[in-house]
Design a protein around this ligand. Sequence first.
Ligand code: SAH
Ligand code: SF4
Length: 355
Amino acid sequence: MKPSLTGITLEELADFLENRGAASYRAKQITDWIYKKRVASFDAMTDLPNELRAELGMEFDPPKTEVVRVLGSKDTTQKFLFRLRDQNLIESVLIPASPALYGQPSDRRTICVSSQVGCAYGCKFCASGLDGFTRNLDAAEMVQQLIEIEKMSGEKIDNVVFMGMGEPLANMKNLLRAIRIINAPWGLGIGARHITISTSGLAPQIRELANEPTQFRLALSLHGATDEVRGKIMPVNKRYPLKVLLEACDYYVAKKGRITFEYILIAGVNDTDEQARELAKIARRLSAKINLIPYNTVEGLDWSRPSRPRQEKFRSLLRKHGLTATLRREKGDDIAAACGQLRLQWSDREERPRR
Ligand code: SAH
Ligand code: SF4
């Protein structure tokens, strides 16, 4: 299989051209076609010599990611279901301007990107892991989610969160390549501070990320403030218990300055006063801000979100400890916007792709 065009970097194009004795300024011309004008075929690259277009066509594939379904409307959360070239399904969510989402100002359109087909980590509350893990997305398939959604919605995306299906840190190489392309001035040109990676807590990879120079942001899906509670809902906690995880986070924060916590509130599981106090300790240790997210119902799973007063109480306990905690009103609950859900509903109706 040839590599896809939307996963290629300026430097690789420069090498490609040099090997063929073509002029090096062409590299920038080509990235402009791919990432700025966003054409889907080599024939459309009209200022390139025919011979070069043919050579590119032999080496690379045009993008083959196709939107097969859109849910929601323009001023609400919109969900996009994509079919990949091997027929697997993934999804992305476009979230309109939203106050206090990941600490960004309120005028941002955020896209929630998938990094894998399915997920191997099997958190007990999450739809993405229900069907197990199929495969990693390549960088082109991650970048393509942005390109297609901008094309279809007519909106300029200014904030990217890797919070769709999959565990991004289990697909590190492709993730970093995708971020490079999304961030580069010759690529999509989105500032690194507007790119957030979310992880369920892979300690060694968090350390690895700490050594990356790009200033993207990191969100840690904590969801439990003691091993007992976290271990109940996140199997990954057995491999990397809080002690190991938090030491990796200490290292990350020392190197890169800041980490944000995601904390889903699930009734009767992790929403007690005791958990709030333990969470406050951890957040203070890492100077972390906390995004509280009321649990989004997943069909077939028995969890539920706490009452609104309980959610408020949990937040006020954190605030009493001097911490910054936001309580997100989950957008798009009605269109199954919690990641992984749309794919499940859809693939129940169609024949599921084979693994
Ligand atoms: N695998 C990574 C990124 C994808 S999940 C991670 O776990 O962080 C993105 C976020 O959605 C995580 O914080 C995850 O815990 C949360 N999430 C999963 N299922 C959810 C649900 N049903 N309701 C609310 N948030 C959910
Ligand atoms: Fe995977 Fe994240 Fe869902 Fe856990 S929450 S199953 S790590 S996608």
